[in-house]
Design a protein around this ligand. Sequence first.
Ligand code: ATP
Length: 141
Amino acid sequence: MKMHQFVIIGLGRFGSSIGRELIQLGYEVLGIDRDEETVQEMNKVLTHAVVADATEEEVLRSLGARNFDCGVVAIGDDIQASILATILLKELGVKKVVAKAVNELHGRVLERIGVDRVIYPERDMGIRVAHQLVSPNLLDY
Ligand code: ATP
């Protein structure tokens, strides 16, 4: 299934980087972050960006989260918020939910609650770089 509309929760380095790239690729992206300054900055880049606490069900519902094909939960440090936002997106019916984990236990919890893909940014990038180092001709692993 081709994804068209994305909702990204948490617009730190990881979430904003995904958002910028998706916009470059021509997709629609709604960004949600509880930090006003971050949202102001990302509003210049994304289709929409709103200040909101993504752990509040009513907030996600009123933003129409259920209509998005894919949700990215890019909150790391606040593991509780990451888990709550993830479960809410799944329950609201977002078809594919991808979430960042800061450690293995966090990742295991995310898998248990039904996330479609867990990303460990540093670990995954390390694996990618290792492959690039031993296969210089491999541009994109
Ligand atoms: P990165 O490595 O992506 O820069 P970080 O580890 O520095 O992230 P995090 O704590 O993971 O920072 O938070 C990423 C973003 O998620 C921040 O911009 C933060 O304001 C936002 N965020 C955290 N909790 C919530 C929440 N409950 N609702 C909405 N946004 C949130």
